[in-house]
Design a binder for this molecule. Sequence first.
Ligand SMILES: Cc1cc2nc3c(=O)[nH]c(=O)nc-3n(C[C@H](O)[C@H](O)[C@H](O)COP(=O)(O)O)c2cc1C
Length: 325
Amino acid sequence: MVNLQTTFAGLTLKNPFIAASSGLTNSLSKIKELDKAGIGAVVLKSLFEEQIENHTEKLTQISDYPEAADYINAYIQMNHVEKYLDLIRSVKAECTIPVVASINCYKLTRWTDFAKSIEAAGADAIELNVFLLNAGEYGDTYLEDSYISIVKQLKKTVKIPVVVKMAKNMGNLPGLVGKLKALGTDGIVLFNRFYQLDIDINKMEITAGTVFSNPADFHETLRWTAIVSGRVKEIDILCSTGVHSWEDTIKGILAGASGVQLCSVLYEQGVEVIGNMITCVEEWMEQNNYERISDFKGKLNYANIASPSLYERVQFMKYFSNYQQ
Ligand SMILES: Cc1cc2nc3c(=O)[nH]c(=O)nc-3n(C[C@H](O)[C@H](O)[C@H](O)COP(=O)(O)O)c2cc1C
């Protein structure tokens, strides 16, 4: 009998499948469905600082009285936070799976107090989604400095595990993850997928791009999971972005992940896919004589294969020069 239990960021999960932060994790009823379907843990929909600020701004514009504006600001913040805290409390009361709160932040000041309240409400961990796009107005190290200062602050604020959901294209990713680990970061998620945009060439407008990932997006996730896992000692990683099948889950674990976060596949195939994935991973483990996840975790990461440079292969030229024939 195989055992799918895994550990991530100090949490014990019954299996390596985690529901990623999204609209599928924003209510008790949806989370109960995920729980019933067998998910190992959930990351709640993010509390967006941006949302709070925009909403506040709009309402304050309709008020002529500065005192009223102060009141509205305070009320809106409390309302968002209170609803979020209620969700954590109710999920903790009605489900047995670990609950990870998610904060989308880009300034130190606002969310620090949210984090304390989130911990007090019973969240098992906090996932930090540092959302910051450098379109050229910031210096070269701005983004990296932000990650570091935010993690430093959060580690001082809460005792529950702190997980960082990384953006892609971070320059020296293993270097940054190493620094975050040294500051006490308990786990890393590779990667956050940003909102995609497009251009409508008839209306001459910027529009929304594809909402969901596709299976091809997993290749970059896999590459960096293997490299970071091999480069940063004892780092806990979850694969996110492009995980669409049970095979992706096994590949991610072989590359060094403790598990995977699922989002697009849950939207597209429904929560039933979780049970199928669990069964298929169990069967694969049985067929390959693995009893536990730890028996094959990291077996093919950057540090454990004979030619780690295979993970650094990026140019097509040498290997696919005959492709057109
Ligand atoms: C509709 C939707 C809403 C999302 N909302 C959030 C969010 O609130 N916070 C967050 O960190 N990620 C959010 N994400 C990103 C997902 O958590 C996940 O990182 C991303 O979709 C990549 O995983 P996938 O390839 O399995 O879809 C959202 C994704 C989708 C599709």
